[in-house]
Write a protein that binds this ligand. Sequence first.
Ligand code: KIV
Length: 290
Amino acid sequence: MNSPTRFTLKDFRASAAAGKKLAMLTCYDFTTARLLAKAGMKMLLVGDSAANVILGHDSTIPITQTFLATLACAVRRGAPDALVMVDMPFGTCLSTSSGARNAAEMVKLSGCDCVKIETTRGHLGLIQRLADAGIAVFAHLGLMPQSVGVMGGYKAQGRSAMDAYAIAELAGDAVNAGAAGILLEAVPPEVSELVTQQLDVPIIGCGAGPACHAHVVVVHDILGLSEFVPKFAPRLCDVATPIVNAATKYVKDIESGKYPAKNHAYQMPADESRALKAEAKKVGIEIKGK
Ligand code: KIV
């Protein structure tokens, strides 16, 4: 059952209309979702960037819908009050009918509130079909990592007036088709200013300038867990160093015999311990414990 206190799409629309700014982070697991919810994060994206930061691939292409849906379920459990958005992975929206089937399956399996589709003109029919079916879709425009082959690398988009206008035009067409909102990735601030002024839906930016109603980045990037961090992601702490330090100490403590110590052991009642030692002695084994 949906949490009655969940931050919904309706709340997001109201927040955007009131000119408030919202924080969103990617999230891929239960524990992090719980911590981010505790920090007041109202919106989480189960991004296909999980292919990079969870699975270690060098692109988002290999991730499967089943895997991402499983991660999204964990995020949903960790943050029942958050608006959870899930990416439709590469190859799941090749046609309107397969895309509609896959998106419905994603919502069903993951319990997410909306899906995000890296959108070209060819997806407008799908967006309309999903909107008709009551599935909220965010159209992802600008840099679309699933199209890295076509885009010729992970480069900022919309840097010429013509390209910027083309993005804004497609954003408008996606909204006319029924998109609940737009996500703009790696575009100059002028593009998001144009899109936010032109459209009446929430606009999420990922390296898209301050005009957007919400801003999302990959959680690993702000925590200092990523080796490569895009220029737009703020590095807010260094979680990697304490993890490496703790693991180094664990290795040393085991190798030196410092761990496990007496206080880490389960206790056996003294008479049971005596009985076990006596039985073991009969077969030539000496137990020293306690
Ligand atoms: O998968 C992802 O992480 C994204 C970005 C917008 C951050 O789609």
